[in-house]
Design a protein around this ligand. Structure first.
Ligand SMILES: NC(=O)c1ccc[n+]([C@@H]2O[C@H](COP(=O)([O-])OP(=O)(O)OC[C@H]3O[C@@H](n4cnc5c(N)ncnc54)[C@H](OP(=O)(O)O)[C@@H]3O)[C@@H](O)[C@H]2O)c1
Length: 338
């Protein structure tokens, strides 16, 4: 299984480390011998058709921030992912460039090019899916390749395939979920320690849970992307982020949180899809299954025959998200073997 990695940051490097550490088990249990034959980041590319030495690759990136340095490979400064995608012989592209929501780029072009060239694609970048998921699914189908994106929702928690595969035979009537760890951390801190939003946000930023510009998280956009992906994948809708009515948590005050607490409730940022799709702060009882604290995610599937089912897990993290990329790779391997 020859892999091209486009993006080599937190998730990409965690994935490389994971397949290096689990090499024996992957071969023994799944007959999977992944080889990274190309890596592209913002600065340039490395291509080694026999497989890149992963420890040296990680060391180069750690020392210089680029892939130049530790390996005896040729480093192609300034070469773009699109150049490599069209030229390199490989079976799978793993796309982990940063999420961008106005046009879905650069990920959307990478995914389109790879699917069009007949490569299987694993994507943790929500941008391409939030903008053009139905078209990308169609493109994958047309080219007879597999397009997987488990890491886009729930980090390592297997939200998408749980709903798709384990609930077969049940009709899912609605989905409601807490899908953004940053917002949940802030709301949890406001509730448990009486902190105002700006202090809870500053703390989340200090701990690395929130970006310097937190709009994407606390504005509800991250939750909306994940809702779109889940709804399209599980319920078969054709939503894009423009179809979601989005209200973030910036208007939630300490007084709102106290008033909710007096009624035995908490305020959470919840994404809902059933009749329509929306993201907004909602009051739910303390005993509600979605009442998870800190950076946890929770997703509740309301089904006709199996009742309500809730999954809870860590919604992000390099290692956790890399584990979902590996699950996707194993699935592609299985499909190959048939
Ligand atoms: N981290 C998580 O816990 C997590 C969880 C779920 C989903 N995700 C999603 O997964 C994706 C990757 O996350 P991350 O945390 O690994 O991000 P990251 O650490 O910022 O890494 C992004 C990588 O993309 C590269 N890149 C940027 N523009 C590029 C371009 N035009 N062509 C090729 N490479 C480019 C960067 O290059 P340089 O190294 O040269 O800067 C970097 O290696 C994001 O879309 C994120 O939303 C992340």
């Amino acid at each position: 299984m020859r892999i091209l990695m486009v993006g080599f940051g937190v998730v990409g490097q965690s994935f490389a480390e994971l397949i290096m550490n689990e090499a024996k088990k992957l071969d023994h249990d799944y007959g999977l011998r992944p080889r990274i034959v190309g890596v592209v980041d913002k600065h340039g590319a490395v291509v080694v058709p026999d497989g890149i030495d992963i420890p040296k690759l990680l060391e180069s990136k750690r020392i210089s921030g680029t892939m130049k340095g530790e390996g005896d490979w040729e480093y192609h400064e300034g070469v773009s992912a699109l150049d490599v995608i069209s030229d390199l012989d490989c079976e799978v592209m793993i796309e982990t460039t940063p999420t961008e929501l106005s046009k879905g780029e650069p990920g959307l072009s990478h995914v389109r090019a790879a699917l069009g060239a007949g490569r299987h694609v694993i994507c943790t970048n929500k941008g391409p899916l939030a903008i053009a998921m139905p078209a990308l699914m169609e493109l994958a189908h047309h080219n007879d390749v597999i397009f997987k994106f488990s890491g886009t929702v729930g980090g390592g928690t297997p939200v998408l395939d749980f709903a798709k595969k384990c609930l077969e035979g049940s009709r899912i009537k609605s989905i409601s979920a807490i899908l953004n760890g940053t917002s949940n951390y802030i709301l949890s801190k406001m509730a448990s320690e009486g902190k105002p939003m700006k202090d809870a946000l500053a703390e989340a930023q200090k701990l690395g849970y929130a970006e310097a510009d937190p709009t994407y998280d606390i504005g509800g956009f991250d939750t909306a992307c994940k809702l779109v992906i889940t709804s399209n994948y599980v319920l078969g809708t054709s939503l894009s982020i423009k179809d979601v009515n989005i209200t973030g948590i910036t208007g939630v005050t300490s007084e709102d949180i106290q008033r909710a607490a007096q009624k035995g409730n908490v305020i959470k940022l919840i994404g809902r899809v059933g009749s329509g799709a929306r993201v907004s702060p909602e009051e739910i009882p303390l005993t509600h299954p979605l009442n998870v604290s800190g950076t946890f995610n929770a997703i509740l599937f309301e089904t006709d025959s199996a009742g309500d089912i809730t999954l809870v897990g860590k919604g992000a993290g390099g290692k956790e998200t890399a584990s979902s990329v590996l699950r996707d790779l194993i699935e592609i391997r299985r499909a190959f073997a048939r």
